[in-house]
Design a protein around this ligand. Structure first.
Ligand SMILES: [Zn+2]
Length: 299
């Protein structure tokens, strides 16, 4: 399969932890049969040259290592990292990357420059055979809420999904684009449907842009993309077992969010939890002589 990887590097460089993780993913999923067997090519050439017209006696490996990378007999892929753009505006970076993908790529994996992936992330997302499937990213601040949403008619907007079947593939109405696998079909359809002229003339589908919701509230480029794709009838899924880190003060992950939820429940609700956290902040100074409860009142 042909997979293009899109890393919008709008902050300049990949975070070092994200870079190392991406290198491991590439080593795990990319077909490197040819380079690993380069010595065999030389041995074969020399054996044939030596043998002249006589039959050649050389032991061949089980699989022919000299194949097109998208037809790898051991199941690896032809992976191309789209040349990086350094745009200061995130949706320009994302659109530019899609304009520069291989025209025959089967899928594009968006991975932000501060997302720390597991090495088998690509294989696990591909296994679902969906047009749109994401890993379960979280915010990179406290509390690290998961970035997956559900449309709520009552508020005419998306609400954050805070409870889900852990480890399952769940269908959502919108998700973040921090770690998102989409098929070429979606990319072509969204480009053609919403910006047909620009897409036909310059290949620019303006896939990512800031739309406004029914009440005029501005949506991020990720929600806007999801809204456009859902409107064309595409379903979107989040594999809640794919749990990358999102680098803030440290790589935040969904485990941190679940721990936070537990702590809130154990404290007896969000107010009690915040009160407890505020108490921790109270230093043991002589002055001012306020009790922690008074401080909480001030807060
Ligand atoms: Zn191969």
């Amino acid at each position: 399969m042909k997979i293009d990887i899109a890393v919008p590097t709008y902050r300049g460089l990949l975070n070092p932890q994200a870079k190392n993780a991406m290198d491991r993913l590439l080593a795990y999923s990319n077909c490197t049969c040819f380079t690993q067997n380069a010595a065999l090519a030389r041995q074969m050439f020399e054996a044939i040259e030596r043998a002249g017209r006589k039959p050649v006696n050389i032991r061949l490996p089980q699989h022919n290592p000299f194949h097109n990378t998208d037809e790898c007999p051991v199941g690896k892929h032809s992976i191309h990292v789209i040349p990086q753009v350094n745009a200061c505006v995130i949706h320009w970076a994302r659109n530019h990357l899609l304009m520069n993908m291989r025209k025959d790529a089967d899928k594009v994996l968006f991975c932000d420059d501060d997302i720390v992936v597991e090495q088998d992330t690509l294989e696990r997302l591909l296994a679902h055979k969906k047009d749109i499937v994401a890993g379960l990213c979280t915010k990179r601040i406290d509390p690290p809420e998961p970035v997956m949403r559900q449309w709520m008619d009552e508020i005419q907007n998306y609400g954050v999904i805070l409870q889900w079947q852990e480890g399952k593939l769940v269908e959502v109405d919108a998700c973040g684009t921090g770690l998102l696998l989409i098929s070429r079909k979606v990319i072509e359809d969204v480009g053609r449907a919403y910006h047909p002229k620009e897409y036909a003339d310059h290949g620019d589908g303006f896939w990512f842009e800031f739309l406004r919701g029914p009440h005029g509230q501005e949506w991020g480029e990720d929600l806007s993309f999801c809204w456009k794709a859902r409107r064309l009838g595409y379903q979107m899924f989040v594999d809640t077992a794919v749990t990358p880190g999102h680098v803030g003060e440290y790589p935040y992950g969904v485990a941190d969010y679940l721990q936070y939820q537990e702590a809130v429940l154990a404290a007896g609700g969000i107010t009690a939890y915040r009160r407890g956290e505020a108490r921790k902040q109270v230093a043991n100074w002589e002055f001012p002589k306020r009790t922690s409860d008074e401080l909480v009142e001030v807060l």
